[in-house]
Design a protein around this ligand. Structure first.
Ligand SMILES: Cc1ncc(COP(=O)(O)O)c(C=O)c1O
Length: 397
C-alpha cells in the first residue's frame, strides 16, 4: 500500500490505489500494463517468478501489474491478506469453489444464492460428487443442524437478491468456524464500504466487480479476497490452471470506477431508501423490501451489520400482480429494463418473468418473490427524477 494509507478511511484509500513507482515518481492514474509476457535476465529469476501470487510478473495468467493494483486495492478494502482477480464474478466464484472442493465434500449454501452460483454448485453435485444442503440462512441453528463430518464449506451472500434479506454473518460464520468449516461470502451487494465479512470471520469474500466496484456498466470482472495468505496461494495456483484471468484493461476500468465508490455507494443507499419510502406509500404497491425500512424483517440486523448504508437494491410488489409488473418495467423511461445492478444507471427487472422464470408461483413464493415483484437497482440519478419516473410508470397500471 502507499505509505500515507495508514490510518485513512476506506473512501480515502480507494482514491489512491497502489501503483508501482517508476524512476522515482508515481502515476496518479493507474497505468495499463497491456503486455502479456515479461522478460528475465536469467532462468533462475524466471523460475522464481512461478512461485506465487506475490512474485515477479511473468505471464498475465499468473499476474499483471494493473491487475495486481486492483487485487491489492480490494484486499486492502476488505481487510484480506491478498486477492485474486478474475474475468467475471462467476470466474472468481468457480475458481474458489473448484480450488477448495473435492469429490465427497459437503457444502452448506443459502437457498437464495445468485442463480449462477447455484448452477455451479448443482453441477458440482451432479457431476463431481459434491453434496449440497440448502439452508434459509436466517438461523445459526439451521446451519449447525446441517453440518456433517464431510462439510467443507459454508457459502453465504451478505444481502439476498431480490428479497433484500440480510445474513447474520457473525452468527452463521461463527458456527462454521467452530466446526472447522471454511466460509465464503459473496459481498457484491454491499461492497467493502458497507460490510467487510473477513472482520466477521469469513475466509473468502467474492465479488462480481461487474456491479458496484466497477460501477459504470462497462466492465465484466470478478475478485476473490482471502483472509489467509496460504489459502490465497492455493486458490491462485488453481486460478492459473483455470485461466479465468482478468484482462489489464478490465482491471483498469474497475480501478477507475472504484475511486468513486464512496460517493456512489452513499448516493445508491440514500436514494434506494428514499424511493423505498415513497413506494411504500403508493396505493398500487402492496409491499416494499429494503433493509433500511423500519418494517423490514432484518432491519435491526442491518443497522448493526451495515451501519453505513443498507444497499442500493430494493424490491416491491404490485397489487396488479404479474401483468402489472410487466407493464411497469416496460413503462419506465429514465430507468432501464436490464438484468444487472450496481452501476450509475437505475435498472428495473421483473424476476418472475426473467431471472427467476424457471420457478413456479409456489417456488417463487417459497423464495420470497411474488408474481408482481419488481426489483429496482437504484443508480445515481437525482432521486426526484427517479421518483418522477417510477411514479409515471405506476400511473400506467
Ligand atoms: C451476487 C452476485 N454474485 C455473482 C454474480 C456473477 O457475476 P458476473 O456476472 O460478473 O459473472 C452476480 C451477477 O449478477 C451477482 O449478482
Amino acid at each position: 500500500m502507499n505509505d500515507f494509507h495508514h490510518g485513512l478511511r476506506p473512501e480515502s484509500r480507494i482514491v489512491h490505489p497502489p501503483v508501482e513507482e517508476v524512476a522515482g515518481s508515481r502515476s496518479l492514474g493507474v497505468p495499463i500494463h497491456q503486455g502479456h509476457v515479461f522478460a528475465f535476465p536469467d532462468s533462475d529469476a524466471l523460475a522464481e517468478a512461478f512461485g506465487g501470487p506475490d512474485r515477479a510478473f511473468l505471464y498475465n495468467r499468473l499476474g499483471n501489474p494493473t491487475v495486481r493494483s486492483l487485487e491489492r486495492a480490494v484486499a486492502d478494502l476488505e481487510g484480506g491478506s491478498g486477492a485474486l482477480a478474475a474475468s467475471s464474478g462467476m470466474g472468481a466464484i468457480n475458481t474458489v469453489l473448484l480450488a477448495l472442493l473435492r469429490s465427497g465434500d459437503h457444502v452448506i449454501a443459502q437457498e437464495s444464492l445468485y442463480g449462477g452460483t447455484f448452477a455451479t454448485l448443482a453441477d458440482l453435485a451432479a457431476r463431481w460428487g459434491v453434496t449440497v444442503t440448502r439452508v434459509r440462512g436466517d438461523e445459526p441453528e439451521e446451519v449447525r443442524a446441517a453440518l456433517r463430518p464431510t462439510t467443507r464449506l459454508l457459502y453465504l451472500e451478505t444481502v439476498s437478491n431480490p428479497t433484500t434479506r440480510v445474513t447474520d454473518l457473525p452468527a452463521l460464520i461463527g458456527v462454521a468456524r467452530e466446526a472447522g468449516v471454511l466460509s465464503v461470502v459473496d459481498n457484491t451487494f454491499t461492497t467493502p464500504l458497507l460490510c467487510r465479512p473477513i472482520e466477521h470471520g469469513a475466509d473468502v469474500v467474492v465479488h462480481s466487480a461487474t456491479k458496484y466496484l466497477g460501477g459504470h456498466s462497462d466492465v465484466l470482472a470478478g475478485i476473490a479476497v482471502f483472509a489467509d495468505a496460504g489459502l490465497h496461494h492455493r486458490v491462485w495456483e488453481h486460478g492459473v490452471e483455470l485461466g479465468a484471468a482478468l484482462d489489464p484493461f478490465a482491471a483498469w476500468l474497475t480501478l477507475r470506477g472504484m475511486q468513486t465508490l464512496g460517493l456512489r455507494m452513499r448516493r445508491h443507499c440514500e436514494s434506494a431508501l428514499d424511493l423505498a419510502g415513497r413506494l411504500a406509500a403508493h396505493p398500487a404497491v402492496t409491499a416494499v423490501r429494503h433493509p433500511g425500512l423500519p418494517g423490514h424483517p432484518d432491519h435491526e440486523l442491518a443497522r448493526r451489520l451495515l451501519p453505513d448504508g443498507q444497499g442500493g437494491v430494493l424490491s416491491f410488489d404490485l397489487a396488479g400482480g404479474r401483468e402489472a409488473a410487466r407493464t411497469f418495467v416496460g413503462a419506465v423511461r429514465l430507468a432501464s429494463l436490464a438484468p444487472s445492478l450496481g452501476g450509475v444507471h437505475t435498472l428495473v427487472l421483473h424476476p418472475a418473468s426473467t431471472s427467476h422464470r424457471q420457478l413456479s408461483d409456489e417456488e417463487l413464493a417459497a423464495a420470497g418473490i411474488g408474481p408482481g415483484t419488481v426489483r429496482v437497482a437504484v443508480g445515481i440519478e437525482h432521486p426526484e427524477d427517479l421518483w418522477a419516473d417510477l411514479d409515471q410508470a405506476l400511473a400506467k397500471l
